[in-house]
Design a binder for this molecule. Structure first.
Ligand SMILES: *Cc1c(COP(=O)(O)O)cnc(C)c1O
Length: 426
C-alpha cells in the first residue's frame, strides 16, 4: 500500500501541530506507523490522500451511524448555511432539536446543548455537585468521559492507550474528589460510599463502555448502582456520548431498560458536527443558569449548522427504527464469522458486542473491566490492526477502543472484512 502522501503530510503536520494531530489516538502511537490523512469519505468508505480506499469501522468514533456524506444531512446543512453560520441568539431550530431529543430519549425533561461530549459530562458533574451540595464523584476505571480535569483519573480511551497513569496538570485537589471503582464491581462502589458517607454527589458511568474496548454491564450491575443512588441521594449520570442514539433511538437507557437522573450525549447527536448535550430530570436541570445558579454557557452552543446536522440525523433515526435491526443483523454476522475464522486459526480471543458496538480482544479470559482488558495481548492487536489496514479495513488504532458499524456497510463489505481476517496469521 502506497502511503507516501500521508507520510509527507504527517511530517509537515508535526512541525505545526503537537504530535501532528488534534486528538491523540489519531497519531497511531500505540499501533505504530504513520497515521493516514483522509481526503474524503462516502457511505462505508474512507479515502486517503494517496487514493487508498478503506472500509471504515470507526465512523468518526460513532457519529456516522448512517455512513459518510449521508445525503439528507449534507443537503440540510447546505440549505441552512446561507442563512449565516451563527447568531448568538435563540432560534426555533434549538426548540425543535430539544423536542426531538425528548421524544426519543426516556427520562429527559430538559436538555441543554453544548459543543462536545467533554463539555456535556463536565457540565453534568458540576450540576450534580450544585444540586446535591456534595463534592466527590465516583467513576469507573477505564471509562472515559472527556478530558475535563476530574475525569482524568484512571481514564480509558487515549489516556489508557498511551498508558498515562497520572495526568500532569490535574491538581491533587481535583483528583482527590474523583473516586474510582472497577467496572462491574458493585461491592467496590458500596465500600467507597461507606467510606465517604454523604460526600458523593454523583456516580458517572458509561452504561456500556466503549473506551476500553466494548465492555457490557453484567446483569444487575447498573440496577445495583441505581438503587444505591436512590438510597444515598446521589445523582446517577449515564454518559451516553457513545451509546446515545446508537444502541437504540433512546440509547442505553432504552436498550437496557434503566433510567439515569442525568444523561450526556455527543457523537451521533451532531451527525458529524461538534455537538454535545446534557439533560434529565426537571428538578435537577432547573438548577442550571439562567433558571438556577449552576453556571454553564457557550458562545456557539446550539449553533444553527450543528443543530441542523444533528436534527436531520436524529430525525432519520427516529423515523426509520428498522435501522437498528439492520445494524444488529450486520454486527451479529461480523461477530459470528470473525469468531469462526479466529477459532479455526486457534487464535485465543474474545469478542464483546452489543448492537453496532464491538471489540476484539486477543486473550483466553473474559473481558469485563479495565484489569481484564489490560491483560489482553495488545501487541497482537497492533499486528492485527496493521494487517487489516493493509487489506483495506480501517479499525480503531488501539486495542482500547470500540469499533462502530455504520448502516452504510454492505454484506459484501463484511465478507471482504472476513476475507482479510482469513489471511491473518500469528
Ligand atoms: C467521546 C466520548 C466523550 C468525549 O466527547 P468529546 O466530544 O470527544 O469531547 C465522553 N464520553 C464518552 C463515553 C465518549 O465516548
Amino acid at each position: 500500500m502506497n502511503i507516501s502522501q500521508s507520510k509527507l503530510l504527517f511530517e509537515r503536520a508535526q512541525i505545526s501541530i503537537p504530535g501532528g494531530v488534534n486528538s491523540p489516538v489519531r497519531a497511531f502511537k500505540s499501533v505504530g506507523g504513520t497515521p493516514l490523512f483522509i481526503k474524503s469519505a462516502k457511505g462505508a468508505y474512507l479515502f486517503d490522500e494517496d487514493g487508498n480506499k478503506f472500509i471504515d469501522y470507526i465512523n468518526s468514533w460513532g457519529p456516522m451511524i448512517l455512513g459518510h456524506a449521508y445525503k439528507p444531512v449534507v443537503k440540510a446543512i447546505q440549505k441552512k448555511v446561507v442563512d449565516s453560520t451563527s447568531f448568538g441568539a435563540p432560534t426555533e431550530l434549538e426548540i425543535q432539536m430539544a423536542e426531538l431529543i425528548k421524544s426519543m430519549c426516556p427520562n429527559v425533561d430538559l436538555i441543554r446543548m453544548v459543543s462536545s461530549g467533554t463539555e456535556a459530562c463536565m457540565s453534568a458533574v458540576r450540576l450534580a455537585r450544585g444540586f446535591t451540595g456534595k463534592n466527590k464523584i465516583i467513576k469507573f476505571e477505564g471509562c472515559y468521559h472527556g478530558h475535563a480535569d476530574c475525569f482524568l483519573v484512571k481514564a480509558g480511551s487515549g489516556v489508557a492507550t498511551l498508558n498515562i497513569q497520572t495526568v500532569p496538570g490535574v491538581t491533587g485537589g481535583v483528583a482527590n474528589d474523583t473516586l474510582t471503582a472497577p467496572y462491574n464491581n458493585l461491592h467496590a462502589v458500596e465500600k467507597l460510599i461507606a467510606e465517604n458517607k454523604n460526600e458523593i454527589a454523583a456516580i458517572i458511568i458509561e452504561p456500556v463502555v466503549g473506551n476500553m474496548g466494548c465492555i457490557l454491564p453484567k446483569a444487575g450491575f447498573l440496577e445495583g448502582l441505581r438503587k444505591i443512588c436512590d438510597e444515598e441521594n446521589i445523582v446517577f449520570i449515564f454518559d451516553e456520548v457513545m451509546t446515545g442514539f446508537r444502541l437504540a433511538t433512546g440509547g442505553a437507557q432504552e436498550k437496557l431498560k434503566i433510567n439515569a437522573d442525568l444523561v450526556t450525549y455527543g457523537k451521533v447527536i451532531g451527525g458529524g458536527l461538534p455537538v454535545g448535550a446534557f439533560g434529565g430530570k426537571k428538578e435537577i436541570m432547573e438548577h442550571i443558569a439562567p433558571l438556577g445558579n449552576v453556571y454553564q454557557a457557550g458562545t456557539l452552543s446550539g449553533n444553527p449548522i450543528a443543530m441542523i446536522g444533528g436534527f436531520t440525523m436524529l430525525n432519520e433515526l427516529k423515523n426509520n427504527p428498522s435501522i437498528y435491526d439492520e445494524l444488529e443483523e450486520k454486527s451479529f454476522y461480523l461477530e459470528k464469522k470473525m469468531h469462526k475464522v479466529l477459532e479455526h486459526k486457534k487464535i485465543p480471543h474474545r469478542i464483546n458486542r452489543i448492537g453496532s458496538m464491538m471489540s476484539l480482544h486477543f486473550c483466553n479470559h473474559d473481558v469485563y473491566d479495565f484489569e481484564t482488558v489490560s491483560k489482553t495481548d495488545i501487541s497482537l492487536f497492533n499486528k492485527f490492526f496493521h494487517h487489516m489496514l493493509s487489506n483495506g479495513i480501517y479499525l480503531p488504532p488501539s486495542g482500547y477502543e470500540s469499533w462502530f458499524l455504520s448502516n452504510a456497510i454492505s454484506k459484501k463489505d463484511l465478507k471482504n472484512t472476513i476475507n482479510a481476517i482469513e489471511k491473518f496469521s500469528l
